[in-house]
Write a protein that binds this ligand. Structure first.
Ligand SMILES: [Zn+2]
Length: 88
């Protein structure tokens, strides 16, 4: 059964009541295997909701927000991109 979306578009996913249109879209992209931000294919095996570009973008912005001084060099996004050098 499909519940009505906020904007009236029919959808196979069901949403809790009160889910915003933006979040409904994000859930749909996630279910389709697309990046939540740019709708390009996800970075398989690394991220569950972002493409390669946005995985790195989100990681860096979160580091900035937290004020991190160290890097978790063993996390997947680093291990895969090991060849690239990181400038601070
Ligand atoms: Zn993206």
């Amino acid at each position: 059964m499909s519940r009505r979306r906020v904007d009236g578009i029919k959808d196979k996913l069901t949403y809790k009541e009160g889910t915003s249109r933006q979040y409904q879209d994000q859930l749909r992209y996630k279910a389709l295997g697309l990046c939540v931000r740019c709708q390009k294919p996800m970075w398989k095996g690394i991220s569950k909701q972002f493409c390669e570009k946005h995985t790195l973008m989100v990681r860096e912005s979160q580091r900035k927000r937290i004020g991190a001084k160290k890097r978790n060099k063993n996390c997947k996004s680093y291990v895969v991109k090991k060849e690239q050098k990181w400038t601070k």
